[in-house]
Design a protein around this ligand. Structure first.
Ligand code: ASP
Length: 415
């Protein structure tokens, strides 16, 4: 009963936020009422995200360490590894293929030229990174001093350290059982805090969406309408057809049942545009509503939040083809394959924070010699697109945890 009412409140909050935001933008952002409304929304939105971020790092650390320690105990670790990475690569490859196919069919950007956006492009300085440098940086960011990583909220490095600690806990066995119990209890406490924070979710989500709707640059949106509509439609296709289909084929779970369990996390991802900030909610949904075991969820979800990004991968590939059209460059087959691979790398390398995909997109563009400055054209519409792609990123992680659980369990029955 209580759960239903929180869900309803979240939906109502989201709806109210969008309507109020549109109202404010019609009123004009200069009016005193609008400014007061925007200020309040900003405060409440930041508070909600800060609270989620507050529990994020201890939650990621404990859930991975405990998850791995328990997995090893069941001798399942290698199966979970393989299934997890297999699923991540497979679903991202499908997303990229979808994005590229759509870009070929719709051919967005034809009829427009980069020169039409010269002002935006001139004001923007892209940081140039070669794909080889990008891979080196990505590898380097994996292994960091854990104290620094924890303090700087470097999720990927925390994940790696917690993985190693989890393995050491198993190898060490009984001798370190006190630490394992300590971590387990810490994890339970963090989940309790997440439960409290979620009571604020309706207001937080309303505030975030209000601000987004009120400050959207509609003029540029119209100019790029075709591209924006194409990206949103294909992202939704991936989220509403491809991912549920994989889930149904592997686990037999109906999409409705999945969405009912997943909606809190999906709306939070949509409103925050951050897979990392949503992670506490994702873990809660998957464990409590979708009944994935804590060991599996604690392993797949934190990894997925930084590495598995279907929505981002789709966007990076589609946007690269769009920019090629704008620049009047025809990409050959080889170059398109490079876009395919670098889009996957760039999505994996993007941290789960707002607009991260925009930054790593430079890698995709440069790999085929497209002008990196052209992403300036996309910046004004990025906040809008980020909502949909983050929701699909998080959906992919949740589907992944269910698929991995089924594959590992299925395997066990077989042997
Ligand atoms: N905002 C996305 C996420 O957190 C990353 C991106 O910008 O594509 O999943």
């Amino acid at each position: 009963m209580k759960r239903t009412s929180l869900n309803t409140q979240i939906w109502l909050g989201a709806l109210a936020g969008i309507l109020l935001g549109v109202g404010i933008s019609l009123l004009g952002t200069e009016s005193a009422v609008s400014q007061a409304g925007l200020y309040l929304a900003e405060l409440m939105g930041i508070l909600f995200i800060d609270l989620l971020k507050m529990v994020l790092i201890p939650l990621v650390f404990t859930s991975i360490a405990v998850g791995v320690a328990n997995l090893r105990a069941h001798h399942q670790m290698h199966k979970v590894w393989k299934a997890t990475f297999g699923f991540f690569m497979f679903s991202m490859a499908l997303a990229i293929a979808l994005g590229m196919t759509a870009a070929h069919l719709v051919r967005p950007g034809e009829g427009l030229q980069l020169a039409m956006f010269q002002d935006t492009v001139n004001d923007f300085q892209a940081t140039h990174v070669l794909p080889s440098e990008f891979v080196a940086r990505l590898l380097h960011s994996l292994f960091q001093n854990p104290v620094a990583a924890l303090a700087q909220s470097n999720v990927l490095a925390v994940v790696v350290f917690a993985l190693l600690l989890g393995i050491a806990l198993v190898v060490g066995g009984e001798r370190y059982s006190n630490i394992l119990v300590l971590l387990q209890e810490l994890l339970e406490l963090m989940l309790m805090l997440v439960g409290w924070i979620m009571r604020l979710a309706p207001v937080g989500i309303m505030a975030l969406l209000l601000k987004l709707a009120a400050t959207q640059d509609t003029a540029l949106l119209m100019k790029l309408a075709e591209f924006v509509a194409m990206v949103i439609a294909t992202t939704l296709l991936h989220g509403m057809v491809v991912l549920p289909l994989i889930l149904y084929i592997v686990t037999g779970m109906s999409p409705l049942k999945f969405w009912r369990g997943a909606r809190e996390a999906l709306i939070t991802a949509f409103a925050t545009s951050s897979s990392s900030a949503t992670l506490p909610v994702t873990l809660r949904c998957v464990e409590q509503h979708l009944h994935v075991k804590r060991d599996i969820a604690g392993f797949v979800l934190p990894l997925g939040a930084t590495l598995n990004m279907d929505g981002t991968a789709l966007y990076e590939a589609a946007a690269a083809l769009f920019i090629a059209n704008l620049a009047g460059i025809e990409l050959n087959l080889m170059q398109q394959m490079i876009v395919f691979v670098t889009a996957m790398l760039a999505a994996m390398g993007a941290p789960g924070i707002p607009s991260a995909g925009m930054v790593t997109m430079v890698v995709v563009l440069q790999s085929v010699g497209l002008p990196a400055e052209a992403i300036a054209v996309l910046l004004p519409v990025d906040r809008l697109l980020d909502t949909f792609r983050t929701a699909v990123n998080v959906e992919g992680d949740m589907v992944g945890s269910l698929v991995v659980q089924k594959l590992v369990k299925g395997d066990q029955h077989g042997t």
